[in-house]
Design a binder for this molecule. Structure first.
Ligand SMILES: [Zn+2]
Ligand SMILES: [Zn+2]
Ligand SMILES: [Zn+2]
Ligand SMILES: [Zn+2]
Length: 309
């Protein structure tokens, strides 16, 4: 998973004159899924006029083939291109080599404004139809969009629906799968003092017909070495809120207890960790909980998941 990646690809453009444009992630529009869908899409204008692929193709930048959003530019000979490409090619039209100047193609911007498009995830169930300029914003938040692999500690780029990701976690990351809504895990580390690198572990729980990721991490919070345990829900943000969980670590008499709401895997692992939304145990306390001579971490975490209300 690459928590920062999707944000890094966003190209934020300044469009001072028009209010409701969305950010344009050139990368996601140019991926293979989009490409195969593009050609077979027909769309309906505001007054119900069905258009064909001709107009649709006019909105693809002839240089990068991404969809164009205002400001759409053109050269004095009428070749259109997106603002990203315009900035890249300096001042020469990639098609005719004429000086580009600074000409906006307002007519095409207006035409685009009057069109409506189906969501690109319609083949997996989304029925949304949005005005052209809202389409990207919708798709960035569409509940049918694929999830990122929730595995921590690696730059895994696999995306997919939940069943795909569960199979991927099991087969490719060798993640342990458990059935049931309670857990009783022991984390053992023989040399907890020398571990400067972040350590992480993931277990998947199958409970209420849903999948949950239990993360165990070792990292430094400022100067202090800590362990953190938290739960993520393999599904959307709104559904995650329907569940609660608790975690407990300790020995006889002394206990740390955490109760929380699982975070959706829409929130990156890193984001959840950095927001400290979970059970945090200072290393000294963890070693105390481990018993023995404090050289070895032997931390037992028990917990439970339940439905709220
Ligand atoms: Zn372009
Ligand atoms: Zn030109
Ligand atoms: Zn959608
Ligand atoms: Zn993965």
């Amino acid at each position: 998973m690459n928590p920062g990646g999707s944000f890094g690809e966003k190209v934020v453009e300044s469009r001072p004159s028009v209010a409701d444009y969305t950010t344009v992630p050139t990368k996601s529009e140019s991926n293979a899924t989009t490409k195969t869908k593009k050609s077979d899409v027909s769309f309906v204008g505001k007054r119900g006029i069905r258009s064909n692929n001709g107009v649709y193709q006019l909105l693809e930048c002839s240089i990068c083939t991404n969809f164009m959003y205002p400001p759409i530019h053109q050269c004095p000979n009428g070749h259109t291109l997106c603002s990203n490409c315009k900035n890249r090619v300096v001042n020469s039209c990639p098609t005719c080599r004429h000086d580009l100047g600074n000409i906006r193609c307002l007519a095409l911007e207006k035409v685009a404004e009057s069109l409506e498009f189906p969501c690109k995830y319609r083949n997996i169930g989304c029925l949304d139809i949005s005005p052209y300029y809202n389409k990207l914003k919708h798709e960035q938040n569409c509940r049918f969009r694929p999830y990122n692999c929730p595995y921590a500690g690696s730059e895994c780029s696999v995306t997919g629906d939940i069943p795909t990701l569960v199979a991927h976690l099991k087969d490719d990351h060798m993640v342990d799968m458990h059935d049931g809504c309670t857990f009783n895990h022991q984390y053992v580390k023989s040399n907890p003092h020398e571990a400067e690198n972040p350590t992480w572990m993931l277990t998947v729980f199958n409970c209420f017909g849903r999948k949950f990721c239990l993360h165990f991490e070792a990292f430094h919070l400022g100067m202090a070495p800590v362990y953190m345990v938290f739960l993520r829900f393999m599904g959307d943000v709104n559904e995650a809120k329907r569940f609660s969980y608790c975690l407990e670590a300790g020995t006889d008499g002394r206990k740390l207890i955490w109760q929380g709401i699982p975070r959706s895997i829409r929130d990156s692992h890193r984001k959840v960790r950095d927001s400290l939304d979970g059970l945090i145990i200072q290393r000294n306390l963890a070693l105390y909980f481990s018993g023995g001579n404090r050289r070895k971490l032997r931390l037992r975490i028990t917990g439970r998941i339940w439905k709220r209300e």
